[in-house]
Design a protein around this ligand. Structure first.
Ligand code: NZQ
Ligand code: ZN
Length: 389
């Protein structure tokens, strides 16, 4: 295995009733004034808002609200949150929601303290955080990004048309409360987007060197099988606790750095999706679903052994008289079939990306991953986009 350093500083409370049981105790650790951050009205409709605010009130906290965090959170929204945090002298942030809320909160936790332009300093390029961000706690309400257990935050700069993520360990939430029952009200379609994002995070890690026996790849295979199996169950019965809890923990396991240890990691599909998102604001999971099979058809010959393993160990395809190449292709086809089965789109057109959009401009703005089995060029990314249309 390759050398690595591992740390994950987020304390996780997982399971039925964890918010009621632990929030008040943890709220006590971070001061009196809390910035309560959330997205639209889902938490008001499903009762989570009421449950959380009554716990905070009983704990004697002063709550300052920061709402309306949109999907694909913008840098402008981050600045709005930082301004509210500074003006109200908040001591800590409590984010309730999915990846968009958690990511926005992480960026706010920096922007509220730093006097610098945090986009230029920390997102346009990797930066050094030599101060303590505002402490952040999160309550996860939809499984997908795994943002609850890392320092990653993906922010969109609308002016520059750039959507990019950075992972700063100092931005890891101090605690994460994860009650799978909180995800029951997530619309099935949104659950499918999030679950495909989980699968994508695992695949982007798995399909990279080293390929010799390593525990990360073995865990990844188990996780991929678990996502596929439990998503099928949860689509049929959204209130199946076992399925929802597995999906929720799969999301965390995919992005809490464990499976990335010693791996190069690819994430070229994420780079491509982020830029399509920056130009069109498309949904993250949908964009990934369109791109993955097409991208893998471009690279599988360069990582043939791993794609064979994927076919056999994840999709349980029997070799019979197939060559390595045919078997690897069968694995990618199984992935494409699964995408159709769970109702995700298979073309960029379905995401509203039409032929009059300048695909070359988007392709040229994509970062090129060094972890891919085949280093992409902007020309080949453009080819992939054209095949996806
Ligand atoms: O805004 P509300 O009304 O709360 O509705 C939300 C929103 O529409 C809804 N929702 C959440 N919990 C719900 C619920 N509806 C009913 N019941 C509940 N319990 O679901 C939607 C969730 O949206 P969002 O947070 O945008 O979804 P997701 O978690 O997929 O996050 C996507 C964002 O995260 C970034 C993506 O690029 C995108 O910007 N990513 C972050 C990563 C990270 N930090 O590590 C990695 C990922 O690869 C990804 O790039
Ligand atoms: Zn993702």
């Amino acid at each position: 295995m390759n050398n690595f350093i591992f740390e994950n500083s987020t304390k996780v409370f997982f399971g039925k009733g964890c918010v009621k049981e632990y929030l008040s105790c943890w709220a006590g650790k971070f001061g009196e004034r809390v910035l309560l951050a959330y997205g639209g009205c889902s938490i008001k409709k499903n009762g989570i808002y009421e449950e959380v605010t009554s716990i905070l009130e009983k704990a004697g906290k002063t709550v300052i609200e920061f709402s309306g965090i949109m999907a694909n959170p913008t840098y402008e929204k981050v600045l709005e949150g930082a301004k509210i945090a500074r003006e109200n002298e908040v001591d800590w942030i409590l984010g309730i929601g999915g990846g968009s809320v958690m990511d926005c909160c992480k960026a706010v936790s920096l922007a509220a303290i730093s006097k610098k332009d945090i986009w230029k300093e920390y997102w346009a390029k990797p930066g050094i955080i030599d101060f303590e961000p505002l402490p952040l706690g999160v309550i996860v309400t939809v499984a997908g990004t795994g943002s609850e257990c890392n320092g990653g935050a993906v922010i969109t700069n609308e002016g520059l048309k750039v959507k990019t993520g950075r992972d700063y360990p100092k931005c890891n939430p101090k605690f994460a409360l994860m009650d799978p029952e909180y995800t029951y009200t997530v619309p099935v379609r949104q659950m499918v987007y999030g679950s495909f994002d989980i699968l994508s995070h695992i695949m982007e890690t798995y399909f990279s060197e080293p390929d010799v026996s390593n525990v990360s790849d073995d865990i990844s295979e188990a996780l991929m099988r678990n996502v596929i199996q439990n998503l099928r169950v949860a689509i049929k019965n959204p209130e199946d606790y076992t399925a929802r809890s597995n999906l929720m923990w799969d999301a965390t396991m995919a992005e809490n750095r464990v499976i990335k240890l010693g791996k190069k990691c690819d994430f070229e599909c994420h780079q491509m999706e982020h830029q399509i998102g920056a130009f069109t604001n498309c949904n993250h999971g949908e964009g990934l679903a369109v791109l993955h099979p097409v991208y893998y058809r471009h690279i599988y010959k360069y990582g043939l052994k791993k794609f064979v393993r994927f076919a056999e160990n994840v999709w349980q395809i029997r070799r019979g008289d197939m060559t390595d190449e045919a078997l690897a292709e069968a694995g990618v086809n199984a992935l494409a079939d699964f995408i159709r089965e769970i109702g995700l789109p298979t073309s960029l057109k379905e995401l509203g990306v039409t032929e009059d959009i300048d695909l070359r401009e988007i392709a040229d703005s994509c970062n090129l991953s060094v972890g891919s089995y085949k280093k992409m060029t902007h020309e080949e990314i453009l080819e992939i986009f054209r095949e996806c249309i």
